[in-house]
Design a protein around this ligand. Sequence first.
Ligand code: RIB
Ligand code: CA
Length: 319
Amino acid sequence: MYKLIIDTDPGIDDSLAIQFALASKEFKILGLTTVFGNVNVDLSTINSLRLLQLANRGKIAVAKGASKPLKGKFLGGVPFVHGDDGQGNTWQPPGSLSPINTPADEFIIEQVFKFPKQITIAALGPLTNLASALSKRPQIQQMVKEIVFMGGNAFCPGNATPTAEANMFSDPDAADIVLGAKWPITMVGLDVTHKTILSKEILQKFSEIDSPLHNHITKAYQFYQDFFTRVNKIDGTYVHDTSVFTYLIDKNLYKTVHYPVRVETQDCLSKGKTWPSLGESDHEGSEVLMPWKNRPKINICVDVNSNKVIELIKNRLMK
Ligand code: RIB
Ligand code: CA
C-alpha cells in the first residue's frame, strides 16, 4: 500500500489518472497538491476538488500550490489540448468542496515529516511544488520513499516543442533542481507514454459505465481525443499521467535505465529538454561533461509493455 500524494494540474489526462488512482487499492491517497500547467492553479484546484466530489471522496485534502514557474511567468496553459476549463470545455459548475489552508509545498513537507520514508509522490505536472518544498526543507530528500513523475523525454522528441515535454518545458528550473536532488526518483516520460495509447473503443466502453466520474471524464475526453486525432493522427489518446500509477502498480511492465539527467533551463530551442548523460565514462573528469558530474542517477523509463498497461487500466476503470 502506497501512502500517496498526487501533485497535479488537471488537465484531462490528470483527471483519468486521478480516477485510476482512486479506483486502485494499492494507493492510500493522503492528498492532492495542485500546480499551474495545463490551466492556471485556480482551475487546477477547482478541477481537483470537483473530481474528488464526483468520486465521493471529498475527505481527501487538496492543497493549492504554485501559480507560476520558479523563473518567468505562467504562459497561459494549453486550452487547445485541455480546454479553457482544463476539462474539455465541459464547464461543470464548481463543486462545494474547498482546499485546505496549507499551501502545497508545506503540505508535502508536513506529510513527509509525519510519515518518514513512507510517502510516495506522484507528480503529474510541472515540478514547481516539489522544488519549493525541497528548497524549504532539503532534508525531505532523505525522507521521501520515492518520487515518480510524468515528464521529460530522454531519447525521443518532445510534445510541447520538438525538443521538450510539456511539464518540463513549463518549469525547467524546477525540473533541473528536482532531478538533481538525492531522492529516489523515476521519470515516466514520453519515451514510454508515447508508446501507450488508450483507444477510442476503450473510451467508448468507459462512457457506458454510469457513474458521475465516468460520465464527466469521458465527456472531457471527447475534446482530448479530438486534439490527438487532429494533431497526432492517432486513433486514441496517449496515456501520460496514468502511466505514473501503472508504473507504481507493476514496475515490471517498464524497462528502465539509470543516468544523471540535466534539464535545459536556457531560453533556447531545447528549453525544457531532459538530457541524460551517456553513462559511467562521462565522469572521467571531462570538462565537457561537467554539467552531469556529481548528479545522482535517476530511474528513466525507456520501454513499456503497453498492452498490459492498457489491460490494467481497463481492469481498474471498467468496474
Ligand atoms: O506532456 C504531458 C503532460 O503535460 C501531462 O502531465 C499533461 O497533463 C500535461 O500536464
Ligand atoms: Ca498533467
